[in-house]
Write a protein that binds this ligand. Structure first.
Ligand code: THU
Length: 132
């Protein structure tokens, strides 16, 4: 994915972050998934009073996209207001891998891109349906 496509995906993740429900942590995150046909689906983190049912922005974006019929994905952008990159947590890596495969993972904050990775590098030796 070229720099301008990455910038557009990051912009979508920044926009999605505005809707975050981070009532307890105050840590707001936005994600944007790009499908194989170029559709962009955003998501934000959603926290709740039992804490443990929190969903990260990446999983919200993926479940939204799946629920809208998308099945093929090329990239995901993740944005938080931090100097250091905010990479997907372990649970999100698993879900992104199972439904998105070896995505390009673009990390950014509110002003700059902070890293570009392949999901396969972030989740080595994954468990998935091929092993069932
Ligand atoms: N969070 C995300 O949404 N994505 C990440 O990649 C890291 C963490 C959320 C979960 C929780 O609502 C808050 O950030 C603090 O962990």
């Amino acid at each position: 994915m070229g720099a301008s496509d990455r910038a557009a995906l990051v912009a979508a993740a920044r926009a999605a972050r505005a809707h975050a429900v981070a009532t307890f942590s105050g840590f707001t995150v936005g994600a944007a998934l790009e499908t194989a046909d170029g559709t962009v689906v955003g998501g934000c983190n959603i926290e709740n009073a039992t804490y443990g049912l929190t969903l990260c922005a990446e999983r919200v974006a993926m479940f939204k996209a799946l629920s809208e019929g998308h099945r093929h994905f090329v990239a995901v952008a993740v944005v938080a207001d931090t100097d250091a990159p905010t990479p997907p947590c372990g649970a999100c890596r698993q879900i992104l891998w199972e439904f998105g495969g070896d995505l390009e993972v673009v990390l950014a904050n509110l002003t700059v891109e902070t890293g570009v990775h392949r999901l396969g590098d972030l989740l080595p030796l994954p468990f998935d349906a091929r092993l069932l």
